[in-house]
Design a protein around this ligand. Structure first.
Ligand code: NAP
Length: 353
């Protein structure tokens, strides 16, 4: 494991009452490196006791120490060097910038800053070198803190499966169709009468996010900026009546003919750098390949690697492109709070927070 900080680092969660915020609270309650010192949300929740205002949806009890906290306003100072943001995307921009300006490193789940040139958009196993952008960001914006983003929930799972294929064979074309769980829409999210016994073939902005973010994450950092990977992508996003876990069917066109067996070896062997591999939240391995004919399934495979590993199955030839496969990732862990915590661990290990 990466060297443990000498003392637990104080952290805060913005948007702590929401779906992703609650997942942060759960993951941070007993974290070996971080100590949750503040929870913040909207003006409607601020000043109230967290355990009374939150509609706790996690399946483990809320820790009494955190339940007793008073919810803070989402404005600096919260006196913690690391701030996790699970804010509603509509309000996140200026709030996150204010914290960065005030000296905190903001690890954000929101879409607001993801595509900005000087903001690292990170999956640590894949692009830990993109952290170099943080130095440029600090210089350009004259702030001592910073903003680092994790990807959109479906992109996070998709790119973990693609990265090994891209490294080994070069991904050129991609078709992906998602089946995304309702927790991806936050709480209370999609109305039950819209989703029970139904599929909604539209999630606002999701297809564009998958297409843009994938190319940035797989891009190369050159002279302080990311040159996006040149992949032609076609994404179709669908909301389905599962609670957690985004399942996706994918067809991929590669730089050369590749057998399913070769692709499986590349995915199974995929690992992050030694430093990333030894972070407390890093799953080992990050990509699990399950060759049973009817896997992965959200109900059975979601918790692998503590929700941080993705599962790939049904790797087979594709008559349209080269290979096709199915993948599954936990949207609120690998696609949100778990990803944020892992990034913060990397920042701590690198002495950047
Ligand atoms: P959510 O359940 O709707 O929670 C939103 C949070 O934002 C709540 O804590 C809410 O506090 C707070 N908030 C709303 N308006 C605010 C304001 N004006 N000032 C300060 N705080 C405010 O949403 P979510 O699903 O957790 O998503 C949070 C963020 O993560 C979003 O940007 C979303 O796009 C992103 N994300 C979500 C997922 C997922 O799977 N759900 C995955 C990746 C990324 P109150 O309770 O006080 O209103």
């Amino acid at each position: 494991m990466s060297e443990k900080p000498p003392r637990r680092i104080p952290v805060a969660v913005l948007g702590a009452t929401g779906t992703v915020g609650q997942k942060f609270v759960r993951l941070l309650a007993e974290h070996p490196w971080f100590e949750l010192m503040a929870v913040a949300a909207s003006e409607q929740s601020a000043g109230r006791v967290y355990g009374e205002v939150v509609r706790w949806r996690e399946t483990v009890p809320l820790a009494p120490r955190i339940a007793a906290m008073t919810v803070r306003r989402s404005a600096p100072p919260l006196d913690t060097p690391i701030v996790f943001s699970a804010l509603d995307a509509g309000v996140a921009g200026p709030i996150e910038q204010a914290f960065a300006q005030a000296g905190a490193v903001v690890v954000t789940n929101t879409r607001t800053h993801r595509m900005e040139d000087d903001v690292p958009l990170m999956i640590p196993e894949i692009n830990d070198d993109h952290l170099a952008l943080l130095r440029r960001q600090r210089e350009a914006r004259a702030w001592s803190g910073g903003i680092v983003a994790n990807p959109n929930c479906s992109t996070a799972a998709l790119v973990l499966a693609l990265a090994p294929l891209h490294r080994a064979f070069g991904v050129e074309k991609l078709f992906v169709s998602t089946m995304q769980a309702v927790s991806g829409a936050g709480y209370p999210g999609v109305a039950s009468l819209d989703i029970l016994g139904n599929v909604v073939p539209h999630i606002g902005g999701e297809e564009e996010k998958i297409e843009r973010e994938t190319c940035k994450i797989l891009g190369a950092v050159e002279t302080g900026r990311v040159t996006p990977a040149s992949i032609v992508l076609s994404a179709h996003a669908n909301r389905v009546p599962t609670v957690d876990g985004h399942l996706m069917t994918v067809s991929v066109g590669l730089g050369r003919r590749v057998s399913p067996a070769e692709a499986i070896v590349a995915m199974r062997d995929f690992r992050g750098s030694d430093r990333v591999r030894s972070l407390p939240s890093s799953p080992n391995p990050p990509v699990e390949v399950d060759e049973r004919h009817d896997r992965p399934q959200p109900r059975l495979d979601l918790e692998r690697g503590g929700g941080m590993a993705i599962t790939v199955g049904r790797v087979r030839p594709c008559p349209l492109l080269d290979l096709r496969l199915v993948l599954l990732g936990h949207n609120t862990i690998r696609g949100a709070a778990g990803a944020g915590v892992q990034i913060a661990e990397l920042l701590a290990a690198e002495g950047l927070a």
